[in-house]
Unconditional design. Structure first.
Ligand code: HEM
Length: 206
């Protein structure tokens, strides 16, 4: 079978992705350390966690603006749009492939092309991660950085408390997304192939 290369990840996207990945990993560790670390035996000293968390949060937020503007100005944003109609069928096909077809060596139901670089599950999960989870974690993070911006009480519960809760829940969802993202990216004939693509920009077909 012919093996050809597709240029799917332009430089700006790869730079954003690399910086974002590093920031999110640091944010996860510092966030967990601040939330659950023992003050006497912390995984990371509390003050270091706070400074690193704030710094990476700001960098990831600026990166997020770059991502949104980049998607808006280039064709990349097209890959994040999806129609609700027929979604269930497309999900089912892709899930069946991951659960069984892949292990039987069946062809991909949605082969990668320049027009469709994501399968339906990737398309929806990336859209949710980037257009729902990231904005919510960023806006709640800004609220925690500047508590004076937050309303004092919502239904008699402290605004800061609710914002902190929203921030942690979104953080956990992003960590969960990352776990699945790393696993799904390793599916294929060569588990490292997709990781190489997001660095080189080129996707090699099977
Ligand atoms: C160590 C961390 C990470 C690694 C190794 C990694 C790996 C990859 C790989 C291999 C791809 C290209 C193949 C594919 O689409 O599945 C990709 C794309 C992508 N990743 Fe990650 N990723 C990481 C962290 C993250 C994080 C933290 C986010 C968001 C919160 C993220 C969001 C995305 C998005 C949105 C794309 C698609 C970009 C596009 O083509 O428009 N990744 N990643």
């Amino acid at each position: 079978m012919e093996n050809h290369k597709l240029y799917l990840y332009p430089v700006w996207l790869r730079v954003w992705h690399g910086i974002n990945a590093i920031c999110i990993i640091i944010l996860m560790f510092t966030g967990l350390s601040m939330q659950y670390g023992n003050i006497d035996y912390p995984l990371i000293p509390f003050k270091t966690s706070v400074s690193l968390h704030n710094f990476c949060g700001v960098v990831a937020s600026v990166g997020f603006i770059v991502f949104i503007v980049g998607n808006f100005l280039s064709d990349n944003g097209i890959h994040y749009r999806f129609k609700i109609r027929g979604l269930y069928k497309r999900f089912y096909k892709q899930i069946m492939y991951y659960a069984s077809g892949y292990f039987k060596g069946e062809p991909k139901p949605y082969p990668i092309s320049e027009e469709f670089k994501f399968n339906p599950l990737q398309r929806v999960s990336y859209a949710i991660a980037m257009y729902v989870l990231m904005p919510l974690v960023i806006f709640s993070g800004i609220g925690l950085l500047y508590p004076e911006l937050i309303v004092e009480k919502i239904f008699n519960i402290g605004g800061v408390q609710l914002t902190a809760l929203l921030h942690s829940i979104m953080g956990f969802f992003i960590a969960f997304f990352l776990l699945i993202h790393l696993y799904v990216a390793s599916i294929g004939k060569n588990p490292l192939r997709n990781y190489k693509s997001i660095i080189s920009g080129y996707h090699e077909s099977d």
